[in-house]
Design a protein around this ligand. Structure first.
Ligand SMILES: NC(=O)c1ccc[n+]([C@@H]2O[C@H](COP(=O)([O-])OP(=O)(O)OC[C@H]3O[C@@H](n4cnc5c(N)ncnc54)[C@H](O)[C@@H]3O)[C@@H](O)[C@H]2O)c1
Ligand SMILES: [Zn+2]
Ligand SMILES: [Zn+2]
Length: 393
């Protein structure tokens, strides 16, 4: 089959790889009809290279049709239309029982000290072949697939794999008080969807980015927007819009590919030039994150406010401004999204014919797998108006 594979920094290819097969009674094989490209894939494309292997199949936002089932996959049937969460989880362990699916104790990648295994996401998360491919082996298929109705186009349900529950969790974790203001940093797919969800819930939202088309999309949905490049200091700007206090809650939907810290970018380039074994060790011990968004979040949140961190940061000893965090009495919530925890909350909005979150028009580009190299580049560099890419294998 054809699949998008990783070969090095900014080097993804479309190659023929062996078709996946059933390996465990709980496996299923799904024929992929739509597969998203995520900001998290950009970390693999740019920053997390040391943890990737040449030929690893990328992608973790799959929707498709069940092609084959193992002998212990419950009521899953060949022909079912299904979406899979980006994390692999069993649904019946201690963590899954508590809705903490990204911590699943059956699939935790213990030798790396990581949580649940993820599709298409490096050795840190189990090196499970990903979903930007014609077929996907789905482990834990007695629990994983989310069945969705026939009828609407794939895009109505595709974002249940990642964007919707991630954005939803970020808004829940932001815990915006009644009448409060939410600041959303980053208007990639995650920040934009968080903006849409919060607006739909009647929350005042201020969103920040510097890509003009991303700012325009959020503004069109009713957010106030701040252009990163048009202000000297985001924190000051936010305080001027919130009676001098700052936002009640802030979502950091940027993560480690933040722009705005050139010193770190130079460090990044040096780091990328190191031998692979050395750079993996450094990444793990020292952390080499571009922290500008999280610093902005800590500055722009009001005293006693909440920061909801949904952007992904790697490395273990990030230089956090602990004194300010403590002095401001902040609350932080973070982590990968527990996809299945939120599906029942979101589904009513998706089966509503009015499509209140605008899922059907959310993707800006639908492309065949063969165009993956250009799609990755355009998404990373924000060229050609690229906000959300959906591959159509
Ligand atoms: N926690 C989870 O479960 C989960 C799931 C999916 C994605 N993510 C993470 O969410 C983040 C966003 O993903 P995405 O798909 O929206 O990607 P994206 O890369 O398209 O979005 C990031 C956006 O942030 C903007 N940005 C960069 N620096 C900024 C700054 N200093 N201030 C404000 N905006 C800035 C960029 O212009 C871009 O529009 C990534 O880190 C991704 O890994 C987390
Ligand atoms: Zn993702
Ligand atoms: Zn589990």
């Amino acid at each position: 089959m054809k699949a998008v594979t990783w070969h090095g920094r900014r080097d993804v290819r479309v190659e023929d790889v062996p078709d996946p097969t059933i390996q465990e009674p709980t496996d299923a094989i799904v024929r992929i009809t739509s597969s998203g490209l995520c900001g998290s894939d950009l970390h693999l494309y740019e920053t997390l290279g040391p943890f990737m292997g040449k030929g690893d199949v990328l992608g973790h936002e799959p929707l498709g049709i069940v092609e084959e089932v193992g002998s212990a996959t419950g009521d899953l049937k060949v022909g079912d239309r299904v979406v899979m969460p980006f994390q692999i989880c069993c649904g019946s362990c201690w963590m899954c029982d508590r809705g903490l699916y990204t911590q699943c104790e059956t699939t935790q990648v213990r030798d790396q000290g990581s949580g649940a295994a993820l599709f298409g996401f490096s050795k840190l998360y189990g090196e499970v072949p990903g979903a930007q491919a014609e077929f996907l082996r789905v482990p834990q298929a007695q629990f994983m697939p989310i069945k969705v109705p026939e009828g609407p186009v794939d895009e109505r349900f595709l974002f249940l794999s990642d964007v919707l529950p991630t954005a939803w969790q970020s808004v829940v974790y932001a815990d915006v008080p009644e009448g409060g203001t939410l600041l959303v940093l980053g208007l990639g797919p995650i920040g934009e969807m968080a903006t849409r969800i919060a607006l739909h819930q009647g929350i005042r939202v201020i969103s920040v980015d510097r890509a003009p088309e991303r700012l325009a999309r959020a503004k069109a949905r009713g957010a106030e927007v701040i252009d990163l490049d048009a202000v000297d200091d985001v924190g000051e700007e936010v305080r001027s819009l919130t009676q001098g206090r700052g936002a009640d809650s802030v979502i950091d939907a940027v993560g480690m590919e933040a722009h705005g810290s050139p010193v770190a970018e130079i460090g990044q380039r040096v780091f990328n030039a190191l031998p692979k074994r050395l750079s993996a060790a450094i990444m793990d011990k020292v952390g080499l994150d571009r922290m500008s968004a999280i610093y902005t979040a800590i500055d722009a949140v009001r005293r006693g406010g909440t920061v909801s961190l949904i952007g992904v940061y790697g490395g273990e000893t990030d230089p956090m401004p602990m004194m300010t965090m403590f002095d401001k009495q902040l609350q932080f919530r973070m982590g990968q999204a527990n996809v299945k925890r939120w599906v029942d909350d979101i589904m009513p909005l998706l089966v509503d014919d009015a499509d209140p979150l605008g899922t059907e028009q959310f993707a800006t580009h639908q492309v065949p797998l063969s165009e993956a190299p250009e799609a990755y580049e355009n998404f990373q560099k924000k060229l050609d108006g690229t906000v959300k890419v959906v591959f159509k294998p």
